[in-house]
Design a protein around this ligand. Structure first.
Ligand SMILES: [Zn+2]
Length: 165
């Protein structure tokens, strides 16, 4: 039997959706930091997104459930290791992931390098439906702690904004 390479394991991890944003997988989210194959072992390193995000246990469980049968096939023990440093940032969402978020109806976080954020000004949040920037913050906490709730002043659509960190 041919043993899977770290890239093969990553490809399997791409089938594990983020529990809060099912349109993105855990690799696109930047949660998966790497895969290490050792003699008889397999370690998946993951970084929690937002501090205290309760989804993290669910993500580790999903990874174990998805990779488990494949690891057993190669007689590997599977370890999911949490890595806290460097801290996860929304910058790890690539352009493709940001576009998927917007198509799903969540305003993407943008980049932390946005100069307005440095000046303490809120950057324009674009309505994912009509692309208007005439949006208004309703609540700092949307459907989850990771998101802020907005409404669009142009089309009236309520939407979540994935907070930039
Ligand atoms: Zn709108």
């Amino acid at each position: 039997m041919v043993m899977r390479s770290p890239d093969d394991w990553l490809a399997i991890l791409e089938t594990v959706p983020d529990p809060e944003i099912p349109v993105l997988n855990v690799v696109e989210m930047g949660i998966v930091r790497g895969v290490d194959c050792t003699e008889g072992g397999l370690t998946v390193r993951i970084t929690p997104t937002y501090m205290g995000c309760p989804a993290m246990d669910a993500i580790a469980d999903d990874i174990r459930t998805t990779l488990g049968p494949f690891a057993r096939e190669e007689s590997r023990s599977l370890t999911v290791e949490l890595v806290y440093s460097p801290a996860w940032t929304t910058d790890w969402l690539d352009d493709k992931a940001q576009a998927k978020l917007e198509a799903y109806g969540i305003a993407p976080p943008g980049k932390t390098s946005d100069k307005r954020a440095l000046n303490g000004e809120a950057p324009d949040i674009r309505c994912p439906k009509c692309k208007s920037t005439e949006t208004e913050l309703v609540s700092l906490f949307g459907s989850t702690a990771c998101k802020a709730h907005y409404t669009c002043g142009s089309c009236g659509e309520p939407f979540d904004h994935f907070k930039c960190i």
